[in-house]
Every structure is written in C-alpha cells, then in structure tokens.
Ligand binder design. Structure first.
Ligand code: FBP
Length: 569
C-alpha cells in the first residue's frame, strides 16, 4: 500500500531545523563569576613579564604602552548613561563557538545599556573597508547560539596592510559612529586588531581582539592556554579517527594515512592522538628538532609498518600534521625561497602575468634563474615526487602564508612509504601487505557544532571584550585563564597585543605579526605523548571518545592537552 504523506508531514520531515539544532540552541552558556556580575572593571595583573620589542614600540607607540589587565567584579561601576555602538568582525577560518562570541558581546552590551547596538561586518575585514554590515539583533543571536560556522556574518582573510585600507576602516567606523570594534581571529587577525587599535584611537574607536583558531597556535603561557574552537575541531577529527581505528581493527587490511588541519603547528595532531591512540603520530616540531629529512620521516612510518607486519598486523592509523613540510629543513628552505621569489616576481608583474598564470615549466625556470636559488636547492627540488613539487609552487594566501591545506601531504607520504617498502620487500625485510587509504580532515572540523567547553568559553570571551571596552581599554586581546578548571574558577584578562608581536618573514619581507605558538617539546603533554606512543605503535590501544557530547559524563570534557599542560613541569 502506498504511504501517502500530507504536505504538512512532508514539511515536518524536511524542515531545516532538526531536534538536534533546536536542543543546542536552548543551552544557556555559563559565565564565570567576574563576568556574571552586574558590572566589572579592570585592574593591573602583576606577576607576568610581557616584553614589547623595540620595533613593535616604533610601529605601535600608543598600544605598546598597555599593561596586562585582569577583569574583576565591580559593584560600584554605574551602568552606561549612553548606549554604545560597537562593531564586530569574524576573521580567518571559521572556528566552532564564533556565534557565541557574538552572543556574548551582544548580551554584555545590552547589560551596559539596553539601547546599545552591535554592528556585524559582513565577509570579514573587507566588510569594514567596503562598508558591508548588518545590525545584530536578538532573533539573530538566539537563532545562532551554540551553533557551528561563522555564517551569521561570514568571514574573510583580508589584511589591513596599507594606509588606504586603514583609512577606509577609519571612515566606516566614523560613519557608523562606533566607539568600539571587536576582531575575532587568529594571529593574523589579531595583528590587524593591534594596528587598528593604534590607528583608530584618534577617532575614539577602541579595538579588542578575541583569540580564535582551531589550529591552537594562539597561546600565551599562563594567560591564554588555548584559543576557542580548538577543542571542538579536535573532537570532530577524533570521532572520525576513532571510527577508522575501529574499521581497520575489524577488517585488518588498511593503513590509513590521515592528514589533520592545523597549519604549521601540530597541536591538533597531539590532541587527537591523546583522544584516539593511533599507531603513528608525527609531530612537526619534534621532526624539526631532530633535523629529520623527508626520507627520515618516511622511514619512521615504514619501521612501524614493518614491525606490525611481523606481528601479522597489516593495518593501522597514522596522524600527519598538515604543516609537516615546514618542519623538514630541506623542504622548508624551498618553501621560504619560493615564497620570496613569487612575491618578488608578483610585485613587478602585471596581474595577468602573475606567477600563477605561468605554466609549471616556466615557474620552475623562473625559480631556477633566481639569485637566491642554489644548485643544492635544485637537486632537492628535482628529487621530490612531482606531486610535492607542484604543491610547493601553489599560491600563498593574502598574508603570504604557504597554504598547507592545499598540499596533499598524506598522499605524498603514502606513496613515498610504499616505494620504500617495495625496496624493503626486495631485500626480504618486509613481508607484509601494504594496502592504504588516505584522508584529509580539515574543513569539517572547523564547521562542527561547538563542544560545551567552546560554547561557554567563546561566550565568556565576548563578555570579557565588552568589559575591556567599558573600562576604556584598546589594543588588547580578551582571554580567560584557568580554563582547565570549572567555569566558576575562570579568570578573564586583557593581554596587550603589542607584547605578542615579533618579526616574521612574509611575502619576502620582515613583518611585525603576532607570534604563533608551536608545540613545546618541554611541555608535560609532549613528554607524556613521547612515553605513550611506542605502546600505541605496537598494540591496538585505540581509544573512542565518541561524538561531541552535550549531556552525560562526557559533556564537560576539555582538551586533554590543556589538562596535561596544567601539570607542574
Ligand atoms: P585560521 O588560522 O584563520 O584560524 O585558519 C585555520 C585553518 O583552518 C588552517 O588550519 C588551515 O590550514 C587554513 O585555515 C585553511 O585556510 P582556507 O580556509 O583559506 O583554505
């Protein structure tokens, strides 16, 4: 008998809102005591030595004078007499929790004065320059609370790096009568925030940055243990890796090569390893310290494959940080030189003749003709598989960063390991069966629904930003200390952005940017990983964190690295 449905039933079945999204929306994020009170203020936080480089003082003379602040409850501070108008911009790659920052800023502004307005810039920093914006409203906030993505406002990677771009930002802020701007982003976006703060102070606009990036590389020891978004993305990847562990242990036939997002730093691989206990874990920072060549890395993987084959285990999982190439000296030297050559060529060339309009052969020729390219570089370059050669020439992003996400490092390593194992087989050393699958886990983790930890964390960051604005601060990044403890013990702070700056080579030039934090090989987390991984390599010690949980025993989970790094050194 045909199962006829009424239009209403069909509508119900296919409606965009699911029970899951509805339930997530209903969660009210928790605030830490200093931000839950009616009003808070700031006071200096002693005990930290944050030095500002001379070059940062020269470029950012005003915001360089900032000192570290803590946000504390203040029963005496009266409510604002006048409503405030504040702008917010989401910048860089999406990170779970972004909508909760907006919600936090929105709610905190309304607490200061019920008529305050939040203006959301659309499509990232270019929205400020192009005057593309919308007023954030209560229904928008409610609809997006605790949800994934950055789609309420959209995002972008525009760098505000010319006097003209800065002037358009200034003009937009003036036209909109803004007194504050909140920039949600990673190292590059917070660099933008520092320069905006310096340049907009004359027109009465304060600027506060918010630490966002799934990569986990925006950290300040003792003050900012991890940016928001990292935990959710890692758990999303860990769910997938744990599923692959279950599959390969059941079917006993595949080696899974998994490349995980995270740009240069290996924080994501480390966290996902703790969550899932794979058979091989590559940590870029360690590879760099040990001065491994790409062939050493291949050998490291192959040795585990050979050993497991001896035990009859022709399967396993391997975690590869997407930025591993940067940590292999010989490859990184090529990346730096090629970036320099591309930038120098593009500065002179007409847009239609830019480097990436040339054929691969002409690109190689151009590189070969460069003064900084040595015979040794050519030998290394030509000795690499074609897929890697092409990867090294890919376009850099608008900040001059090499785009690791575009290079298929999992496939490259897989093919190199297969070639090596064929030789081992010919010598009689390897007798196993090497069947493989390769995977890239990236964008899906950035777009996952946030964990409860990230929901609370991002919401508190929004409140902290408004608290800093209300106290007159500019050129700060809002942060929360003691994240490894319950929300009731969290402590909001304002970190001077200028103190986080260092000089870095970008597009062939030294630029003042916020320093990325890589995995610290002296950290408790790395030392524990180094102890555990031999056991994971040989055995099948797979761990199953499950999908992101909002209720029950797993709901209050936090990153394992965060917890391990809170141990005494
Ligand atoms: P942010 O540093 O802006 O947070 O972005 C992180 C990231 O997801 C990296 O892990 C990844 O390499 C990169 O963005 C991908 O960039 P794109 O979105 O331009 O492909």
């Amino acid at each position: 008998m045909a199962n006829d449905r009424s239009p209403a039933q069909l509508h119900e079945l296919l409606r965009t809102e699911t029970p899951f999204t509805a339930e997530r929306c209903s969660y009210q994020p928790r605030l830490c005591p200093a931000l839950a009170v009616e009003s808070s203020s700031t006071r200096p936080l002693p005990g930290f030595d944050l030095e500002v480089l001379k070059v940062a003082k020269e470029h950012l003379p005003f915001v360089s004078q900032n000192t570290l602040l803590q946000i504390v409850p203040d029963g005496d501070r009266p409510q604002d007499l006048h409503p405030r108008r504040v702008g917010i911009v989401l910048s860089g790659g999406p990170a779970p929790g972004g909508h909760n920052v907006i919600a936090g800023v929105f709610e905190a502004l309304r607490k200061l004065h019920p008529d305050s307005k939040l203006i959301g810039f659309l499509g990232g920093p270019s929205g400020i320059m192009m005057k593309r914006y919308t007023e954030v409203t209560l229904p928008m906030v409610k609809e997006h609370l605790n949800s994934s993505g950055f789609h309420m406002l959209g995002t972008g990677r525009e760098k505000i790096d010319t006097p003209e771009k800065m002037a358009s930002c200034r003009e937009t802020c003036q036209v909109l009568s803004l007194s504050g701007l909140v920039v949600v982003g990673g190292d590059d976006s917070n660099t933008n925030a520092a320069f905006l703060a310096e340049n907009l102070r004359h027109v009465g606009v304060q600027v506060i940055g918010i630490p966002k990036t799934i990569d986990g590389d925006l950290q300040v020891p003792g003050l900012l243990p991890i940016p928001f978004g990292f935990h959710s993305a890692c758990l999303a990847y860990a769910t997938e890796i744990a599923n692959l562990n279950a599959d390969c242990k059941s079917d006993l036939k595949y080696w899974h090569f998994n490349r995980l997002m995270g740009r240069s730093a290996s924080h994501i691989v480390m966290e996902v390893s703790f969550q899932t206990h794979p058979n091989v874990v590559l940590i870029g920072e360690e590879i760099e310290e040990k001065e491994f060549t790409i062939h050493n890395v291949v050998r490291l993987i192959a040795d585990v494959v050979v050993e497991r084959a001896r035990q009859g285990k022709n399967y396993g999982t391997i975690l590869i940080p997407e930025g591993i190439l940067e940590f292999i000296h010989e490859i990184n030297a090529l990346i730096i030189k090629i970036s320099y050559i591309i930038a120098a060529y593009n500065r002179e060339a007409a847009p239609e003749e830019s480097f990436h309009k040339l054929s691969f052969e002409d690109q190689v020729q151009l590189i070969d003709n460069s003064d900084i390219w040595r015979d040794y570089d050519s030998r290394v370059f030509l000795g690499l598989p074609a897929i890697l050669q092409r990867g090294l020439l890919l376009p850099r992003d608008s900040h001059g960063n090499f785009q690791y996400a575009q290079v298929n490092t999992d496939r490259i390593l897989l093919e190199m390991v297969a070639t090596y194992l064929r030789k081992q087989r010919a010598k009689g050393i390897y007798k196993g069966v090497f069947r493989t699958q390769n995977h890239y886990f990236g964008y899906e983790g950035r777009g996952t629904f946030p964990t409860r930890f990230d929901c609370d964390y991002a919401y508190n960051l929004g409140f902290a930003a408004v608290s800093l604005l209300a106290s007159g601060a500019t050129g700060y990044m809002a942060a929360i200390r003691n994240l490894h403890q319950p929300v009731s013990a969290w402590q909001p702070v304002g970190i001077p952005l200028a103190a986080l700056m260092h000089l870095e080579e970008r597009q062939g030039r030294l630029q003042l940017v916020i320093q990325k934090q890589r995995v610290d090989l002296d950290s408790p987390a790395f030392k524990i990983l180094a102890q555990e991984r031999a056991r994971w390599a040989a055995g099948d010690c797979y761990r199953f964190p499950g999908p992101i949980q909002f209720h029950g025993a797993g709901a209050d989970n936090k990153p394992i690295t965060l917890q391990l790094n809170s141990y005494e050194r």
